[in-house]
Design a protein around this ligand. Structure first.
Ligand SMILES: [Zn+2]
Length: 115
């Protein structure tokens, strides 16, 4: 399950940014074609936060739909996989517009440093 190492690095990044303060919530964007399962990230998040300044932090996941544009006919369409051809002309040359996101969008950090 590679979600565990991905989630661990997300937690590490958040802790770095929080600079010793408590992290209240994290908002992540996860694209449908990123190869990462949001449910698994959520599960790993709780485990990764335990015993850190992020313990009890809320995780909000924004799921982003896969969108591609056909390089032959220009059609923009929703993609369930990176191997979907254009539904209009069957072309496989697809420019990926969205859906591969995997990033932290927002971090809510407590105002007061821990004493
Ligand atoms: Zn096309």
């Amino acid at each position: 399950m590679h979600e565990m190492s991905i989630t661990q690095s997300v937690v590490d990044i958040c802790l770095e940014h929080s600079a010793g303060r408590r992290v209240l919530s994290v908002t992540m964007e996860i694209g449908a074609l990123s190869g990462v399962v949001p449910d698994a990230v959520e599960f790993c998040f709780t485990a990764c936060c335990q015993g850190t300044l992020m313990e009890g932090a809320r995780l909000d996941i924004i799921a982003i739909e896969g969108v591609g544009r056909c390089t032959a006919c220009g059609l923009e369409f929703s993609r369930k996989s990176l191997f979907d051809p254009c539904p209009a002309c069957g072309e496989y040359g697809i420019e990926q517009l969205a859906g591969e996101e995997l990033r932290v969008r927002e971090l809510e950090i407590a105002d007061d440093p821990l004493s």
